[in-house]
Design a protein. Structure first.
Length: 290
């Protein structure tokens, strides 16, 4: 079982003037402590599940570029990018750039998008769910074609590209791994089976069934189920002094028994840094062999 940190909010005790330094400290602590992933939410306004829209929110890929310079081993990913937020060709260039500058540590985390307030606010098209999933699939096709080095034109229903030039190419071969986030059984998990290297599911009572659905999609696509890494979104609350570490370790053990290989998510009181150190010292070694 691998552990990943996601940072969904940037409201810190010392405010924006000290945010860069605090963010670097958090990232270095996670990186040096053995966290497999450092992930950022990809929003322009704060998401309703976290807080009011006007809370501090950094642009994800600029911030991941900064964290690439602050770290040396953790994989860098958004959890997850809405496919409609950026033109697919530009998104492929962004993730390629991150991969080159991080020495091959970039992943593409992506989904269909669901937060319409920020799109309306900033003038980003936010079509129907059906069209968003169509655009997600075309985005995946375009990114994979660019990472193959195939510069031939792409003619999709929603996107038309004349030359898919991507120079320099990503260092990670055959391409930066793709993680698709979401629990939808008909569309999301089908796209995972068709295109992704990993899925990311929100925890719920039906996790075993979700994995069974993914297995069925893999069978239909002629894809090996074991080729896809199963990850879930997790809230790490180890307590102010690590008093809940054993409880968290037990929870991760149950997830491993279901078939999950990684848990990525929020660490409570992350800006205090101590919870990251507790996870590094007590939890990561304990779950490494699960």
């Amino acid at each position: 079982m691998r552990i990943g940190l996601q940072i969904p909010a940037f409201t810190t005790p010392l405010g924006p003037a000290r945010l860069a330094a605090q963010l670097a400290t958090v990232a270095r602590t996670a990186d040096e402590g053995g966290f497999e992933f450092i992930a950022l939410t990809d929003h322009f306004f704060q998401a309703p599940a976290v807080g009011p829209a006007d809370l501090e929110m950094l642009e994800a890929y600029t911030t991941l570029g900064y964290l690439a310079a602050c770290t040396s081993r953790a994989k860098l990913i958004t959890l997850v990018t809405g496919a409609v937020y950026r033109h697919p060709g530009i998104l492929a260039k962004i993730v390629t750039t991150l991969d080159v500058l991080s020495d091959g540590r970039a992943w593409l985390g992506i989904g269909a998008a669901r937060f319409d307030e920020e799109c309306r606010g900033l003038g980003i098209p936010f079509p129907s769910a059906t069209e968003r999933f169509e655009r997600l699939e075309e985005t995946l096709q375009i990114c994979l074609q660019m990472w193959r080095g195939d510069e031939s034109p792409y003619q999709g229903q929603h996107y038309q590209l004349e030359r898919l030039l991507n120079s320099p190419q990503a260092l990670t071969r055959p391409h930066p791994p793709i993680m698709i986030g979401g629990n939808g059984e008909k569309k999301t998990l089908r796209l995972v089976a068709r295109y992704a290297d990993a899925c990311n599911l929100l925890l719920g009572p039906d996790m075993a069934r979700k994995l069974d659905v993914l297995r069925a999609h893999c069978d239909a696509e002629g894809r090996g189920y074991d080729e896809i890494a199963k990850t879930c979104y997790f809230i790490f609350d180890v307590g102010a002094h690590g008093e809940k570490a054993a409880e968290v370790t037990d929870q991760l053990g149950r997830l491993a028994e279901l078939g999950f290989q990684a848990a990525i998510g929020v660490v409570s009181d992350v800006w205090q840094v101590t919870p990251l150190e507790v996870i590094a010292d007590k939890i990561i070694p304990a779950v490494a062999s699960l």
